[in-house]
Ligand binder design. Structure first.
Ligand code: FA5
Length: 331
């Protein structure tokens, strides 16, 4: 029996391996993979079978090396076959036709957050009372948040521990997250002449510890009314009309003497709630020093979370910000 040289046996094996891997990689469907399987791994006339027959013709000393290479080649071709089978099975699933007559997956719709609902409702009620909605920036300079409101340099309300000051370039005037919406009173009066009837609703920030009636970020509704002949009676009348429309029924509104540097006289505005009085905001006649004009006006600033809590019977304003869908879904 003629001896088969090891080199030509290995070359034959390499060619077969390369052809098989190429054919299997190119196979686009299950039929093509099956044809390649028969060609290379077929039990009767597969090319691997033909090479296996040559093994017997190798010289005795070459047989172990030849057998080892043969086994490796067979494993490589089998692995390529498995990969190709997996690939065409996957693509068969992917092209499975879509049944457009099946019922759709319902999309879960969210809805407007109760605080946003409150803001929109307040704007609507105040618009009917003739108040136009305006906006102001949340990042403020000290002039608009303090100085222009007669909160002078020594005033404790400016304390770094009571405000969120922002880091700015050395030497520049520090900016801060506004601590009240009264800033918007100033911004409006800088641009416009009386008569004025505006409301501004937006976020304000204070490093307060969160509890049932406090949160470090909350919203205020600021009102400003400037017109000759305005009195505290107008202020109370507007707040009462607002409160009874927003909260429904005959809500009791109480004024308590207080102090704000930019109003004179100043009051705290309380509303009755289940037999208790809750502070909803501050108000007063705009101080002539702030108005810089011989015209009278009033201003007020109420906490939006507090009036929303009162309206919806929520006992802890932190619930508005816990993002618990079971809570939010109720509104
Ligand atoms: C002011 O902020 C004044 N700018 C209000 C004002 C406007 C007075 C116009 C005069 C004229 P005060 O700090 O009291 O006032 O805050 C007003 C309201 O904001 C409070 O009554 C309360 O309802 C709400 N509030 C204050 N701090 C918080 C807080 N941490 N969380 C939730 N609500 C708050």
């Amino acid at each position: 029996m003629s001896t088969v040289p090891l080199e030509s046996f290995l070359a034959e094996l390499d060619r077969l391996k390369a052809d098989a891997v190429e054919a299997l990689a190119a196979a686009v469907d299950a039929d093509a993979v099956e044809r390649a399987r028969i060609e290379f791994l077929g039990a009767k006339s597969g090319r691997l079978k033909a090479i296996q027959k040559l093994l017997g013709g190798l010289g005795g000393a070459d047989k172990p090396a030849g057998g080892k290479h043969f086994n490796e080649a067979r494993e490589a071709v089998s692995a390529a076959l498995e990969a190709a089978q997996g690939r065409v099975a996957g693509s068969a699933a992917a092209v499975e036709p879509l049944d457009v007559t099946l019922p759709g997956q319902p999309v879960r719709l969210g809805h407007v957050h109760p605080i946003t609902q409150t803001i929109r409702r307040v704007q609507e009620i105040m618009a009917r009372l003739g108040f136009e909605s305006v906006d102001g920036p949340e990042v403020e300079d000290q002039w608009h948040n303090f100085d222009a409101l007669a909160i002078n340099a020594e005033h404790p309300a400016r304390d770094p521990l009571d405000n969120f000051y922002l880091a700015v370039a050395r030497g520049a005037d520090p900016l801060l997250l506004r601590s009240q919406t009264s800033t918007v009173q100033i911004r409006v009066m800088e641009r416009r002449e009386p008569p004025l009837r505006i409301v501004s609703l937006g976020r304000v920030y204070r490093p307060d510890t969160a509890d049932a009636t406090h949160y470090p970020m909350f919203h205020q509704v600021e009102g400003l009314y400037v017109e000759p002949g305005t009195t505290m009676a107008h202020l109370k009348s507007v707040l009462r009309q607002f409160a009874s429309t927003f909260l429904g029924g005959d809500v009791h509104v109480r004024f308590r003497p207080s102090f704000f540097p930019f109003t004179e006289p100043s009051v705290e505005v309380d509303m009755e709630w289940g037999g208790r009085w809750i502070e909803m905001g501050g108000a007063g006649m705009v101080d002539p020093a702030v108005l810089e004009a011989v015209v009278s006006g009033f201003a007020f600033g109420l906490g939006v979370e507090r009036i929303a809590a009162r309206r919806y019977g929520v006992t802890d304003i932190r619930d508005f910000y816990r993002n618990d869908v079971r809570f939010l879904e109720q509104f």
